[in-house]
Design a protein around this ligand. Structure first.
Ligand code: ARG
Length: 459
């Protein structure tokens, strides 16, 4: 049997393997709600413009809504012989309302149809990411406020650098996520032009009103060039690129959770809700959710590079290659959303072990910079000299096997006679963190102010 949608000039049906490579219904059925919304907007516009009869529009709209309900509740049988979601729905419409169904495809093609459906779908996903990410920011800012003065070691090169506060560390991720949200919002702005009515590639001879369909579907305006409209997948690429960066951020946080929850660090505790056990080692509590979030950039960036390679070198306008846009994008979108949800759950779940953090914050001569700064401030030493003196004191402490604040004043004065006991005030991690009140610095007063500002913005 030839295809009942386009089989007019065909004598036989497709080879089995042709049908298999050609059909997209197994995955593009995800677009059913968008396809129906697009068709309703298109039919309504055709009616308003006097291109099809109002009575046909009524039948079409009624039929499409009923099909949507059927698909929703799983009462619809998808057919691979009908290739894709567009033809599955149109064929069902014919079964339901008869010949009027054949008028729906006036002045459009599957090329503008699929571009419209996919834009609507991606737009919903961008909105979903935004909601989810703002939830994650809220969780992090809440924790940051609660632990604004919990001191922990800050790292560079994963070597103890200077004391920071746990709240400040969490707010660093709130900032990263704010940039992610702004990238997604930016992609959404550029996405929001409607391709519907550009038809196969050249536009149409019917006097359609593309602004009407664009408005009905919540687009800002119709796209301006019919060739570009059906050939463009930038909106998917931009979403995947922004998602890759966002997933990279989450993976950095995930890696920190993995490190922090080791017995060696012991900076946080994850509850049984976000850990798993080992089938052989009874003592284990593994941070699997964090590890999986750490891994997600692989598939998300994979989807981005995969689609970029599909699009690279494609001549205008639509080519069937572009059907390969969907599966990886769907997979990446699911992975992104799941990663944000899991990260939000873990952010709420984790509990800092503040005494372990504080103990580690003082180890490894983390207040050496504070000592050097004291020499600069109180003794008016040039910073380079102060750095040198402090280096000698660190070496001395290392020889004695103690931290800086355990050196005697005598020992210190042996290196720099003008040092007084006042110096000991700056050598604790708490004092170090509290002194860093410069704009954007880690001091608890700053962290509280920032956390409150975020919570107000996010409310
Ligand atoms: N299933 C197709 C896709 O996802 C729809 C567009 C098909 N257009 C065509 N001219 N065969 O890309």
């Amino acid at each position: 049997m030839t295809n009942k949608m386009w089989g007019g000039r065909f004598n036989t049906g497709p080879d089995e393997i042709m049908e298999k490579i050609n059909a997209s219904i197994s995955f593009d059925q995800r677009l059913f709600a968008q396809d129906i919304a697009g068709s309703i907007a298109h039919a309504t516009m055709l009616g308003e413009c006097g291109i099809i009869a109002k009575s046909d529009v009524r039948d079409i709209v009624r039929g499409l809504k009923a099909i949507g309900d059927d698909i929703d509740v799983g009462r619809f049988t998808f057919s691979a012989a009908l290739e894709d979601i567009h033809m599955n729905i149109e064929a069902a419409l014919k079964d339901r309302i008869g010949d009027a169904a054949g008028r729906l495809h006036t002045a459009r093609s599957r090329n503008d149809q699929v571009a419209t459906d996919f834009k609507l779908y991606v737009r919903d996903c961008l909105d979903m990411f935004d909601r989810q990410l703002s939830g994650l920011q809220r969780e992090l800012a809440t924790k940051a406020l609660a632990h604004a003065d919990a001191v922990m070691p800050g790292f560079t090169h994963l070597q103890t650098a200077q004391p920071v506060t746990f709240g400040h560390h969490l707010l660093a991720y709130v900032e990263m996520i704010a940039r992610d949200r702004s990238r997604f919002a930016d992609a959404r702005k550029r996405l929001n032009e409607c391709p519907l009515g550009t038809a196969a590639l050249a536009g149409t001879s019917f006097a359609i009103d593309r602004t009407m369909t664009a408005n009905a579907l919540g687009f800002d305006r119709p796209t301006r060039n019919s060739l570009d409209s059906v050939a463009d997948r930038d909106f998917v690429l931009e979403t995947l690129a922004a998602a890759s960066i966002c997933a990279m951020h989450l993976s950095r946080f995930a890696e920190e959770l993995v490190i922090w929850s080791t017995p060696q660090f012991g900076f946080i505790r994850l509850s049984d809700r976000f850990t798993t056990g080992s089938s052989i080692m009874p003592q284990k509590k593994n941070p699997d959710a964090a590890e999986l979030i750490r891994a997600k950039p692989g598939r998300i960036l994979g989807a981005f590079t995969g689609l970029l390679l599909v699009m690279k070198g494609l001549p205008l306008a639509y080519s069937k290659d572009m059907q390969e846009d969907k599966e990886p994008a769907f997979d990446a979108i699911d992975a992104m959303s799941l990663a944000i949800s899991a990260m939000t759950g873990m952010a709420a779940d984790m509990e800092p072990v503040t005494d372990r953090m504080a103990a580690a914050a003082g180890a490894g001569y983390s207040t050496a910079t504070d000592l050097a700064d004291w020499l600069v401030r109180v003794l008016a030493m040039p910073f380079r000299d102060a750095h040198h003196v402090t280096g000698s004191l660190v070496a001395m402490a290392e020889n004695q096997g103690v931290e800086l604040d355990a050196l005697s004043l005598d020992d210190m004065q042996g290196v720099e006679p003008r040092i007084t006991s006042d110096v000991f005030k700056v050598l604790t991690p708490g004092a170090s963190a509290a002194s860093r009140r410069s704009f954007g610095g880690t001091a608890p007063v700053n962290v509280k102010r920032e956390a409150r500002r975020w919570l107000k913005n996010l409310a």
